[in-house]
Write a new protein. Structure first.
Length: 296
């Protein structure tokens, strides 16, 4: 049949859908590709005409918090795998939550499959699947169980403040005005951390969660070739007083750090120096998150 898609077309659709998901859900808590090798193979297959079909399916996790008035703490995790013939065939999705009994989980997953079978064959459908889970999943949790546990956790929530550290990655940061914004906004929002201009650009901000989120919402509105949150740390503070916040900080103020690579026209930063700086601050594992997968 003329309408049948080729493997390469299917692979291209998979890649563009994964790109869309990563731009919509930049936080690792929301979307994370668990098999980077399969993703790299898929990209290689699309970009190189004679390349072999990938050996394994791309697998990823989408975490969804349903917008239910009293279920703010319920999270559903969608473990997904894309068969090679997706979107011609349906994706493999298993929805889980610590609040679902085995029977409730089976029921929910079978209803999701029915929904996808009836509505989504042949089209990319990860977003529709996520929407469906967001709208319907909470209803599968035993009502009595959820209402009692929700009230107890909400009561304690209000007294805790959350301390957040965001690790932001940008394709490059050269622009003087942006660099000034980063420093000024951090100061205004009582955030500490550092900004490494150049290519790539790295920004770390830490402080109250609401201030970090305000900072991120301002920064991402500026024009960037590519900017995303590589990693996020959240610590809940008992009581959340000033001293508690200061104790969590790994950086005293927000300053610009230039790790110039000698003779590299001053824009490519010396990543070895960045690594040593992070190590000194007790954040060496972050380096792997920024550059481990990229292999720059």
């Amino acid at each position: 049949e003329a309408t049948e898609m080729t493997n390469r077309e299917e692979a291209e659709i998979q890649i563009s859908e994964l790109d869309l998901l990563s731009s919509m859900f930049p936080y690792e808590e929301e979307f994370i590709v668990t098999d980077q090798v399969a993703l790299a193979e898929l990209k290689h297959y699309v970009e190189n005409e004679p390349a072999e079909m990938p050996s394994s399916k791309v697998q990823f996790i989408l975490n969804v918090k349903p917008e239910v008035s009293n279920a703010s703490m319920v999270e559903f995790s969608m473990a997904c795998a894309l068969p090679f013939k997706y979107p011609t065939v349906l994706p493999e999705i298993t929805v889980r939550s610590s609040l679902l009994s085995r029977a409730q989980q089976i029921h929910l997953n079978s209803d999701l499959k029915t929904y996808l079978t009836e509505n989504c064959s042949g089209e990319p459908c990860m977003l529709s699947a996520r929407e469906w889970v967001k709208d319907h999943a909470a209803a599968y949790i035993d009502k009595e169980l959820s209402s009692s546990s929700v009230t107890t956790s909400n009561a304690t929530q209000s007294e805790d403040t959350t301390f957040t550290r965001l690790w932001i990655y940008s394709h490059h940061i050269y622009n003087k005005q942006k660099r000034k914004n980063i420093i000024d906004w951090a100061k205004e929002l009582s955030l500490s951390g550092f900004c490494m201009p150049g290519k790539p650009g790295v920004v770390c901000v830490e402080g109250l969660q609401s201030s970090c989120e305000e900072f991120w919402s301002r920064i991402r509105k500026l024009t960037w070739k590519r900017i995303l949150i590589r990693h996020r740390e959240d610590v809940s503070l008992e009581g959340g007083g000033h001293a508690e916040i200061q104790k969590q900080r790994k950086f005293s103020t927000l300053e610009e750090k230039c790790f110039d690579a000698h003779g590299a026209r001053g824009n490519h930063m010396d990543l070895g120096q960045l690594y040593r700086f992070l190590e000194e601050k007790g954040c060496a594992d972050i380096f792997q998150m920024y550059f481990g997968v990229e292999g720059h």
